[in-house]
Ligand binder design. Structure first.
Ligand code: ATP
Ligand code: MG
Length: 239
């Protein structure tokens, strides 16, 4: 469904993504792991065309690497960014409705009521402004908005970031529930949680894929993962 080849992203002199190959099959949940600064967010941003990149990006057999971000979203490649980006002056309900505008006629597996069923904690907050929400509530709204955009592939950047463990449990319970209905490319630093949900995983370090394979195998190579994390941290500390 998604095929990425030799993806490169640079910011000035910083090479953030350095030749990444990555695939997501139809119906698949794939995790993209790695330490701070590994290039995970840049990879997602390049796929959704928010930052310029070289290489090829093919979605459903069609090249999307030259499209504008809005056009990519309208094809069903929907990005829930790092930091959530809920509209501060719109209510919870209005934020959710914004998601529907990217559907472009595609049938949706989720309507607004389904999102309130998935996240009943949002029901009493439906009139509350985005700025007045907690981080966990914002994450729920951001995921709900993504689901309402009729994603054919949902790109999800660090849904657990900065949230209390009980809130992360809630978010992951919902992701587990929707996993059969929406393919996911899930960026996470919470390796354990992501590997429980995903079928396959890529581990990035310093802009490259350092390790990839079935989630069970990647999880089984914990020490290897830890060594990548450790080594990168050491390099950074020394820099
Ligand atoms: N807008 C930018 N301008 C310049 N450099 C950037 C920019 N965004 C990211 N970088 C750099 O690119 C590299 C990759 O960053 P990126 O955000 O993709 O990593 P990440 O794996 O998502 O990290 P994190 O886990 O901290 O979110 C880092 O060295 C980072 O400092
Ligand atoms: Mg990131």
């Amino acid at each position: 469904m998604l095929e990425v080849r030799d993806l490169r992203v640079t910011y000035g002199t910083t090479v953030a993504v350095d030749g990444v190959d990555l695939d997501v099959g139809g119906g698949e949940i794939v995790a993209l792991l790695g330490p701070n600064g590994a290039g995970k967010t840049s990879t997602l941003r390049a796929i959704s065309r928010v930052v310029p990149a070289t290489g090829t990006i093919t979605f459903d057999g069609e090249p999307v690497g030259a499209l504008r971000p809005e056009a990519v979203a309208r094809r069903g490649l929907v990005h829930v960014p790092e930091g959530r980006h809920v509209f501060p002056n719109l209510s919870v309900h209005e934020n959710l409705l914004v998601g529907r505008s990217a559907r472009d006629g595609r049938p949706s597996a989720f309507e607004v009521d389904d999102v309130y069923d998935l996240f009943p904690e949002l029901v009493p907050l439906r009139s509350r402004a985005g700025w007045a929400l907690s981080g966990g509530e914002q994450q729920m709204v951001a995921i709900g908005r993504g689901l309402l955009a009729a994603p054919r592939l949902l790109l999800l950047d660090e849904p657990s970031l900065g949230l209390a463990p009980t809130v992360v449990d809630r978010v992951y319970a919902v992701l587990t529930e929707v996993a059969g209905r929406v393919p996911l490319l899930l960026v996470e630093q919470d390796t354990e949680r992501a590997l429980r949900l995903a079928a396959r995983a890529y581990v990035m370090a310093a802009g490259r894929v350092a390790l990839s394979g079935p989630a069970g195998e990647v999880a089984g190579r914990d020490e290897l993962v830890a060594s990548y994390l450790g080594r990168t941290a050491t390099v950074r500390d020394g820099a």
